[in-house]
Design a binder for this molecule. Structure first.
Ligand code: SF4
Ligand code: SF4
Length: 177
């Protein structure tokens, strides 16, 4: 665990094995059972060999929070995570559209959005990934004044960027369609 509570989860996509320990740890912590569909981190494998753990990028200007018409989203002053007030969420999906990474998603059984809340500063996905010795997810101190929004991309864009590095231009273009 990082000492400071204002943390950011750094991702090293090329180190992700696709084991999905992160999804299991997240759903166990938030839902009390193994339930990958309800996990706040989701691992996308859009092409074989490229695994993208996808979770909130904690944009410094929080487009999702600003777009929510119901006031269901807020930025936690201590951790910087996005908080979801389930009782106010109407599942309208405006936050999904506003998010440059299309990160928020609907809970599989309940009528509200789920977004990574950093587990109050001790993210269980990071711990699970470290225990698997993959270290694809790492908790680092959040740097004020830095634009984390620049990292907020869809799984499709992230996949094509990693595929370009791993397999070359031709494969990346196929991914992009
Ligand atoms: S725990 Fe780590 S290596 Fe395993 S799927 Fe998640 S991010 Fe990838
Ligand atoms: S990545 Fe998406 S969900 Fe996270 S703060 Fe940015 S807009 Fe909100």
């Amino acid at each position: 665990m990082v000492g400071a509570r204002r943390i950011w989860i750094e991702r090293d996509y090329e180190s992700c094995s696709g084991c999905r320990r992160c999804e299991i740890a997240c759903s166990l912590y938030h839902e009390g059972r193994v339930w990958p569909e309800a996990s706040r981190v989701r691992v996308f494998m859009l092409i074989p060999g490229v695994e993208i753990p996808h979770l909130c990028f904690q944009c410094e200007d929080y487009p999702c929070v600003n777009a929510c018409p119901s006031g269901a989203l807020s930025a936690d002053a201590e951790t910087g995570a996005v908080r979801v007030d389930a009782s106010r969420c109407t599942s309208c999906g405006v936050c999904i559209t506003a998010c440059p990474g299309r990160v928020p998603h609907l809970h599989p059984r309940k009528d509200h959005i789920v977004i990574c809340d950093l587990c109050d500063g001790d993210p269980r996905c990071v711990e699970a990934c470290r225990m698997g010795r993959w270290n694809a997810l790492r908790a680092v101190p959040r740097v004020e004044g830095f634009s984390y929004r620049l990292y907020a991309k869809t799984p499709e864009i992230l996949t094509s960027a990693v595929a370009r590095r791993l397999f070359g231009e031709e494969i990346a273009r196929e991914v992009e369609g």
